[in-house]
Unconditional design. Structure first.
Length: 305
């Protein structure tokens, strides 16, 4: 089997494994990488950008090296790597569970679920705030947890799959703008921004194109992207959140409470604040975007070889 065909088959098989089984429940490799990175931080940490750059290079470099050795496993290695790094089924499941709890009026249960979706402070959020936080997380993580991994898999095979997940995990661990990580986490945050530039825009395009699946309009999604995305502090989250807001006909953004403080985010889209029904629509749209992105990535893998 030719290399491009092997990569494409592995991406599709890995996506199917994620759809059927979801994340591994025990001994998840990403959790293991997180533990190893935390241990490495005990050695590399200093309140300087150069220290963060060294940390990033060592952690990501080790994973890419492992991926380069593992890619000789062909379809099986690519499929296992794809399954390992994808989080699409878990993302959709968390979104549906949040919608179910909100629909039942179980705010305590909904608040307990939120940390699994994003880093906001759930204790200060009412039902509307929880719905908005979950929907924005669904939009952002459709790109980060599902589209970006297969894009990098198509470009660079197993090293691309594993390397991207390492980059994204490090950003989640140290890419915060708090006192400890403002300088040390700079390299992780900027590397993640660069790694997601193309995937976020592919996600935005697919979100717009597939908006009719959930009763939305492609033109509204593209209009919200063009008008609102640039105001977001993230060059990538703004694209996917604005396009999702436009596709659903809702308004996202505004006052956002994190454990480290309050951020006033720009408004994205136009229309009412999202409801539980809109959260369910977002999950459905996320799922079709994930599938479309994987098929596209497989086609790219075949074409580029």
């Amino acid at each position: 089997m030719q290399k491009g065909t092997s990569t494409a088959a592995g991406l599709l098989l890995g996506f199917a494994l994620d759809r059927v089984f979801g994340d591994p429940r025990r001994w998840h490799p990403v959790a293991g990488f997180g533990a190893a990175s935390a241990a490495l931080e005990g050695v590399t940490y200093a309140d300087r950008r150069v220290a963060g750059l060294v940390h990033e290079a060592l952690a990501v470099g080790a994973v890419v090296g492992f991926g380069a050795a593992a890619r000789r496993g062909g379809v099986v290695a690519t499929a296992v790597a794809t399954w390992t790094v994808l989080g699409g089924r878990s993302l959709a499941g968390a979104g549906r569970a949040m919608a179910d709890r909100l629909a039942a009026g179980d705010l305590d249960g909904a608040r307990a679920l939120l940390p699994g979706l994003c880093g906001r402070d759930p204790d200060v959020l009412d039902a509307d705030g929880l719905a908005r936080a979950a929907l924005e997380s669904i939009a952002e993580n459709t790109s980060d947890a599902a589209v970006a991994p297969v894009v990098w898999g198509a470009v660079a095979g197993v090293p691309g799959l594993l390397g991207y997940r390492a980059i994204n995990t490090l950003d989640a661990m140290v890419g915060y703008r708090n006192e400890r990580y403002r300088r040390f986490g700079w390299a992780a945050a900027r590397t993640d921004d660069v790694a997601n530039l193309l995937p976020a825009r592919l996600t935005g395009l697919l979100t717009a194109a597939l908006a009719p699946v959930v009763g939305g309009h492609p033109a509204a999604a593209l209009r919200a992207w063009r008008r609102d995305a640039a105001g977001h502090p993230s060059p990538n989250a703004g694209v996917v959140e604005a396009s999702m807001a436009g596709a659903l006909g809702v308004r996202l953004g505004g006052r956002t409470q994190y454990p480290h403080g309050v951020e006033l985010r720009p408004l994205l889209g136009e229309g009412p604040a999202p409801t539980v029904a809109d959260l369910r629509r977002a999950v459905r749209l996320s799922e079709v975007v994930q599938l479309a992105a994987t098929v596209f990535a497989a086609a790219v893998a075949v074409a580029e070889r």
